[in-house]
Design a protein around this ligand. Structure first.
Ligand SMILES: Cc1cc2nc3c(=O)[nH]c(=O)nc-3n(C[C@H](O)[C@H](O)[C@H](O)COP(=O)(O)OP(=O)(O)OC[C@H]3O[C@@H](n4cnc5c(N)ncnc54)[C@H](O)[C@@H]3O)c2cc1C
Length: 496
């Protein structure tokens, strides 16, 4: 069926389907495609249109009341295809240890191992148009192109790779196929504003338009696929049986928000940038783009009791700048590396090192409803991003370890401000919104069970990074898609 515009529906009109998917970013689109193969009647409700619009994007505005963070309407895209209209395409599965290790003594991690997701990860890789071998070893890929690797102690720091999708725009790449499926109806400009509760289940959802009209969609099952910040919002604005949000009987909805704290430090390298080329320049092998990275070994992480982390090297020119006297940050770098030679010497080059780290889940880091409202009268969100001392410890240890290894290998010196709050470098996020409806078999410690069904709600599921119980350091979309494919299998079986 073609893609339709919900604004053409008559006021008060009612639609029905077997399964209603809310949100058509990569998760919603892939779930729709999978279910289309079974003939189950599916309706997909997408709030945005085919093009970006200020009106739709404005609904994503909110407040930051915790750590400094991106404006909430700039860290995601409210349009058919979701944030893949704007993503960078970096893809990587979580590590095996991310699944196996609980984040804290009193908090469970993933209830299944990575091996359970392997086939789904492979399919997710094909959807992102990257190599589906899940081979992450730097040695494997460098040897295929005859590139050299940095010599490090493998029990400490390893050379691995990060894949890069073209980047696939999921609306453009898969929207037409979804639109052609007989059993799927896609409605754009369908802003879901409430999930309606009736006897242990969601009976329908209400969509609203800027002209005041509303419609109702009734289905046997509902799947929330509106992204990691909006999933908790939709649950919290829907009163449910206790009046404080659907699935929120234990005050868990919105808690455990996790990002991937990023820290960028400059690294001084002597002589020869060529020896870093596998890490600073993308390699293309059989249509797959990838880049070398340095990761902390599981042994080191376990011994130091720190989270997962990686270092991505970028030449200053790749990074869009060379440090110079005219650059205020360049002057800061000069004073911090005082004692080393003049940075403008022809024998010396600067690399930027981007550390991407794991944040442990903590209940104080959360999404709550704000006192400000959107044009539909719904409370906007307030993001209270809170880092834990372990997160700073992880960042410091990652910087120290990689710096020491580079120095030991005689490759240069890392400017490593590892004292106190790591000033003068700001900790940034990565536009990755995880953990706000975390997966836990215990309903008092999370919001969804292992099948991604909301605890205490018979027919409501979530396809999003909001369910991640831990997030490693890897960019989330490949894992979102693997989980979505796993959910599709579950829905096919239980609806068959
Ligand atoms: C600048 C940028 C760069 C990024 N780079 C990377 C990267 O390199 N690698 C990576 O893995 N990830 C990256 N990401 C993150 C990645 O884009 C997300 O992980 C991914 O898009 C999440 O998919 P999703 O389907 O869960 O949610 P989204 O993509 O957020 O899609 C949610 C959909 O729901 C719709 N929606 C929202 N609210 C409603 C409502 N009330 N009613 C109906 N529909 C609604 C939205 O319009 C949207 O289409 C990046 C993000 C940004 C912003």
């Amino acid at each position: 069926m073609a893609i339709r515009d919900a604004r053409d529906l008559a006021p008060g009109e009612e639609l029905t389907a077997d399964i209603c998917i809310i949100g058509a970013g990569p998760a919603g689109i892939v779930l729709g495609l999978e279910l289309a193969r079974t003939g189950i009647e599916v309706v997909v409700l997408e709030g945005g249109g085919e093009e970006r619009s200020d009106e739709s994007q404005d609904l994503y505005r909110g407040e930051n009341i915790g750590e400094d963070y991106f404006e909430l309407d700039l860290t995601r895209v409210r349009q058919f295809g979701g944030s893949t209209n704007h993503w960078e395409g970096y893809c990587r599965p979580l590590d095996r240890e991310d699944f196996d290790r609980p984040p804290a003594a009193d908090l469970e991690g993933w209830p299944f191992s990575r091996s359970e997701l392997i086939d789904h990860y492979r399919e997710a890789s094909r959807l992102c148009e990257i190599d589906d071998s899940l081979e992450l070893s730097g040695e494997h890929w460098a040897s295929r192109v005859g590139a050299g690797l940095i010599d490090m102690e493998p029990t400490t720091v390893r050379s691995e790779v990060l894949f890069r999708s073209p980047p696939t725009n999921f609306a453009r790449r898969y929207g037409p196929e979804l639109a052609e499926a007989d059993s799927v109806s896609i409605y754009l400009h369908a802003n879901v504003v409430e999930l309606t509760w009736e006897q242990d289940r969601v009976s329908s959802v209400r969509i609203a338009h800027f002209n005041g009209a509303t419609q109702t969609i009734t289905a046997s099952k509902f799947v929330l696929a509106v992204g990691g910040l909006e999933v908790p919002r939709l649950l919290l604005v829907s009163p449910g049986p206790h009046g404080n949000g659907i699935g929120n009987q234990h005050d868990q909805v919105g808690r455990y928000f996790m990002e991937h704290p990023h820290l960028i430090t400059p690294h001084l390298v002597t002589h020869d940038l060529d020896q870093f080329s596998f890490y600073t320049e993308e390699t293309v092998i059989e249509n797959t783009r990838l880049i070398g990275i340095l990761t902390l070994s599981p042994e080191l992480r376990s011994a130091r009791a720190i989270g997962n982390a990686t270092a991505v090297l970028q030449t200053a020119s790749n990074f869009g700048q060379r440090w110079s006297d005219a650059d205020p940050l360049g002057k800061g770098v000069r004073s911090l590396v005082g004692g080393l030679n003049d940075l403008t010497s022809p024998e010396q080059e600067l690399l930027n090192v981007r550390f991407i780290t794991e944040q442990v889940p903590n209940a104080r880091s959360r999404v709550v409803l704000s006192s400000h409202h959107d044009p539909f009268g719904l409370p906007r969100i307030a993001l209270d991003w809170q880092l834990h001392p372990i997160d700073y410890h992880t960042i410091r240890k990652a910087v120290e370890t990689v710096g020491t290894q580079l120095a030991n290998a005689g490759l240069g010196r890392l400017n490593a401000p590892t004292h106190g709050g790591l000033l003068p470098y700001r900790i940034l996020g990565g536009n990755h919104h995880m953990g706000t409806t975390r997966l836990s078999e215990d309903p008092t410690r999370g919001v969804v069970d292992a099948s991604l069904r909301v605890h205490g709600v018979e027919n409501l599921y979530i396809a999003s990074s909001s369910v991640f119980p831990t997030g490693g350091w890897a960019n989330p979309t490949l894992t979102i898609l693997a989980l979505t494919l796993r959910l599709a299998d579950h829905l096919k079986e239980s609806s068959g």
